[in-house]
Design a protein. Structure first.
Length: 112
């Protein structure tokens, strides 16, 4: 699995437009793409102009198809007019995932 963390900071006064464009142009089509496991878009609670994409993809091939898609190409073409800082991105190959049982196991080892 490939996990993607992408952070965008809107230019002053462009927050609503950035969020609207993601919702209208990118969000729906991306979630329907083959290989998309999870695709989320969050607003930062400390900086309302900052947003994060948190994505999970089945493979690099699926992610690369996403990058080459028409809706992503269209969105990226105008991105420079919407953001005030360079994007921050991380792409992570995940070999193993765990759920809340990891927290339970860690807490069981706390001395009484």
């Amino acid at each position: 699995m490939i996990a993607v963390m992408l952070r965008l900071v809107a230019q002053p006064g462009k927050r609503e437009e950035l969020a609207r464009r993601v919702k209208e142009e990118v969000f729906g089509p991306t979630r329907k793409e083959a290989g998309c496991i999870r695709y989320r878009f969050y607003q930062d609670v400390e900086n309302p102009d900052a947003f994060s994409f948190v994505e999970e993809w089945e493979s690099w091939d699926a992610l690369n198809d996403h990058f080459r898609s028409e809706h992503v190409s269209h969105f990226l073409a105008d991105l420079g007019d919407l953001i005030g800082e360079p994007p921050e991105a991380g792409f992570h190959e995940v070999a193993r995932s765990r759920g809340l049982e990891a927290v339970d196991e860690a807490r069981q080892s706390i001395p009484a």
